[in-house]
Every structure is written in structure tokens, then in C-alpha cells.
Design a protein around this ligand. Structure first.
Ligand code: SF4
Length: 311
């Protein structure tokens, strides 16, 4: 009898719904918001782009649809795009955070957000194509921990669509087809080549995150981290600041336009970072982000509640 009681207690414990905690709730709120609401700096440049397009053109029509989409998703608290993308977390934390435990809570929040429809069931086994329906699997979500000297925890989230990821590119300089050498002019040439090749695919107008240098892997990681910058910030390196502006201005004169329909807005921004490289190699890694530039961030309070939104 006692054993029976023990067994049934155990069974009840096992089947009882797992309690959520404040960290999980904050993470779910972050995911929900990132999926449905574009940050202010992104909305601002989209509205500027709409105002720039000629009236009654396909470009203006496309930008108006994007604007309506943004407003509707915000109003209904629903995903901005059916592709909720690769889920990328960037966690800045003080020394001593238990990353294994933190990762477990991120996974729980991702599973729950997928059930609630804030994220599409979007992550499949690369060999079989099988979809667990949870968005959890090797490499997904992608979580990047960085220690910092501050006492707080900051969590940034980016949802990066597959279409725009497909038009990212990596060049190894010198790149003879464009006569692009190992200098900033060579970098400029290959970035513009990537924009030309995309031709609005990947749901332009887009934003480029670029890394000069690093190895192939680190270059792509840094290029994505550049997309965490505010669109209206200024690069502290004056040569890179100039190059960022030049890339946007030149791209917007190519006539590719929103979705490749022609027009004045091909890029909404370009952010360039730099990493050391080996003398033998010179990579330029380019991550392309679509207009559905979903990134948001939170600072956690002492009880793991959301203390502040970062964008
Ligand atoms: S590229 Fe961006 S806007 Fe286009 S389908 Fe993918 S997530 Fe959506």
C-alpha cells in the first residue's frame, strides 16, 4: 500500500505541469515582442524610405505593404513574418553566471513560445528534414554568452529569416573577378557585389552586417553581431564610418529597390566591424538582414524581471 502511494505520488509529480519562473516569463516576453514589433530605429528608417520613394510606383506600393504589415503585427501581437527565422540569443553577463542552467531556461522559453505561436516550428534535422516542432536541436537556438564587468544581465535576441540568410556572402581577398585587393576599396567592391547579386532577394530593403578579417567562422559571427548595433549609431573608426555611409548611398543608386521592384531604397543600413586576420587570409563576411529586422533586448532586474528594453 505504502509503495502504491509512493508510486502514485511520483507519477503525479512527473505529469504535473512544470512551473514557470520569472526568467522564463521574461524570456518569453522578449521572444513575443521581438517576433511582433520592429524596434523604433528600424521603423524610423523604413518610414524614411517610404517617404523617399516616388509616388504611385511599385517601390512605394511595396514599402506601403511593409508599413501595413508592421502596424498589423504590432496591433495583433503576431509574428511580423511567417518565417520567424534562426533564433539567436546574445547574453552579456557578469562573471559567475551558470551558463548551463541559463541555457536550460532559454530552451524552455523557446519551446513554450513555439507552442504559443510566437515562433514558427522552424528548426529541422539537417539530414532527415524531420521537425521536432520545438525549435530545439543541435545549434538551435544559437546562444552566445559574453562575460562583462557590469553586474547586470543583458539579453539580446535576433530572429533572422532564412531568405535573407541565403543571400549572405563571404569573399576571400584578393578577389580577381572584381579586381578587389586587400584594402578598403577591395572591401567596398565585394560588399557592393553582394548587394548586386542579391537583387532584392532576401526581402529587401535590407541591412548589412559586415566583418572584415577573422577566420571564416568568426567573420560570420561578427558580421551578425554588427546587426545588434543601432541603425543610427556611428562607427568609432572614421574610415569604416565613411565606408558604411558610402555603401548605403551607392547601393541606393543601383535602382534595385524594395523586393527588387526598382526604386530608391535597396539598403536601410550597413554596419562594419573588423577582426584580426592571418597574414595569409583576408575574408569579408556579409550577413544580410531583411526589412523584418527583428532584434530586441532586455536588461534583467534582480528578480530576473524585465527592468529595461534595450532598443
Ligand atoms: S527574408 Fe525576412 S521578410 Fe523575407 S520571408 Fe524571410 S523572414 Fe520574412
Amino acid at each position: 500500500m505504502a509503495l502504491k502511494k509512493k508510486i502514485s505520488k511520483k507519477a503525479v509529480k512527473k505529469s504535473a505541469p512544470k512551473k514557470s519562473n520569472q526568467l522564463e516569463d521574461s524570456l518569453i516576453e522578449l521572444i513575443k515582442n521581438t517576433s511582433a514589433v520592429l524596434p523604433d530605429d528600424v521603423q524610423k528608417v523604413i518610414l524614411q524610405a517610404l517617404a523617399r520613394e516616388e509616388k504611385h510606383t511599385t517601390a512605394e506600393y511595396a514599402m506601403n505593404i511593409i508599413k501595413a504589415n508592421i502596424e498589423l503585427a504590432k496591433k495583433k501581437s503576431q509574428p511580423l513574418c511567417q518565417d520567424t527565422g534562426t533564433v539567436l540569443f546574445y547574453v552579456n553577463h557578469p562573471v559567475g553566471l551558470d551558463q548551463i542552467e541559463f541555457t536550460k531556461w532559454i530552451h524552455k522559453a523557446v519551446v513554450k513560445s513555439t507552442k504559443l505561436g510566437y515562433l514558427r516550428q522552424n528548426s529541422v534535422d539537417s539530414l532527415s528534414g524531420a521537425n521536432s516542432g520545438t525549435n530545439i536541436g543541435p545549434g538551435h537556438p544559437s546562444i552566445h554568452f559574453h562575460q562583462h564587468k557590469k553586474k547586470n544581465i543583458e539579453i539580446r535576441l535576433m530572429l533572422k529569416g532564412g531568405g535573407c540568410e541565403n543571400v549572405g556572402a563571404q569573399y576571400s581577398l584578393p578577389y580577381t573577378p572584381l579586381d578587389a585587393g586587400r584594402d578598403l576599396d577591395g572591401v567596398r567592391k565585394v560588399i557592393l557585389d553582394a548587394v548586386l547579386k542579391a537583387q532584392g532577394r532576401g526581402c529587401g530593403p535590407g541591412v548589412l552586417g559586415v566583418c572584415i578579417g577573422g577566420d571564416r567562422g568568426a567573420g560570420y559571427i561578427e558580421s551578425k553581431e554588427q546587426l545588434l548595433r543601432f541603425l543610427d549609431d556611428k562607427n568609432s573608426n572614421k574610415d569604416l564610418a565613411q565606408l558604411e555611409t558610402e555603401i548605403v548611398n551607392t547601393s541606393n543608386k543601383l535602382g534595385i529597390g524594395p523586393m527588387g521592384f526598382g526604386g530608391k531604397t535597396t539598403l536601410l543600413g550597413c554596419k562594419i566591424g573588423v577582426q584580426n586576420r592571418l597574414p595569409a587570409s583576408f575574408f569579408v563576411s556579409i550577413s544580410y538582414m531583411c526589412w523584418a529586422y527583428r532584434r530586441q533586448g532586455i536588461e534583467l532586474g534582480t528578480n530576473k524581471q524585465i527592468k529595461k528594453w534595450l532598443y
